[in-house]
Design a protein around this ligand. Structure first.
Ligand code: HEM
Length: 151
């Protein structure tokens, strides 16, 4: 069976989806605040695409070349509670699936949305400080059946 990565359309689909999600976030009155500080990585959306692709069964480019899950947790840590932002980010993601022209396949779309919801919650684990994030965290993988748990 195809991986979620393949069913979505492979690398280009994830680049398009990351761009579309980021565009939606930038015009949302709440989510945009997260992206307003200076010094963000100029390749942000490509790095995000590589992370999503790897999580969903694609190549391991993110962990081979760009970073690890501890790095991603640290980028999202120390911001306290932000439930409204997280909910709006889900809406942005659902709209981005259309913007990016992902296949109109219910199983694919609900799997992607479930992943994004789970991952958003996972990235709120360290609300107090990036210093709380342990090193060497493994990038979580997601399949058609949900979170892939190592045996
Ligand atoms: C409320 C939802 C989210 C917000 C507001 C948010 C915000 C951000 C911001 C502001 C950055 C840029 C940091 C910088 O370059 O200084 C970033 C980077 C990133 N985020 Fe998120 N994020 C959200 C959800 C997610 C989710 C659900 C994932 C994964 C499934 C994710 C994965 C990443 C990755 C991989 C990067 C880039 C890391 C790198 O540059 O190596 N984010 N995010």
């Amino acid at each position: 069976m195809d991986t979620v990565y393949e069913a979505a359309g492979g690398w280009q689909a994830f680049v398009d989806l990351a761009h579309a999600w980021h565009r939606r976030c930038l015009v949302d009155s709440v989510v945009s605040h997260a992206f307003s500080h200076p010094g963000q990585h100029p390749q942000h959306t490509e790095r995000l695409a590589a992370y999503w692709a790897e999580a969903l069964g694609g190549p391991s480019t993110y962990t081979d070349q760009l970073g690890d899950h501890s790095h991603v947790q640290r980028l999202h840590a120390g911001d306290g509670e932000h439930q409204e932002m997280d909910e709006r980010a889900q809406r942005c993601f659902a709209l981005a699936l259309d913007d990016a022209g992902l296949p109109d396949d219910e199983r694919l779309r609900s799997t992607l949305k479930d992943y994004f919801r789970w991952a958003t919650a996972d990235l709120t684990r360290y609300p107090d400080s990036a210093a709380d994030v342990p090193s060497g965290l493994k990038l979580p993988h997601w399949s058609w059946d949900g979170l892939v748990v190592d045996p």
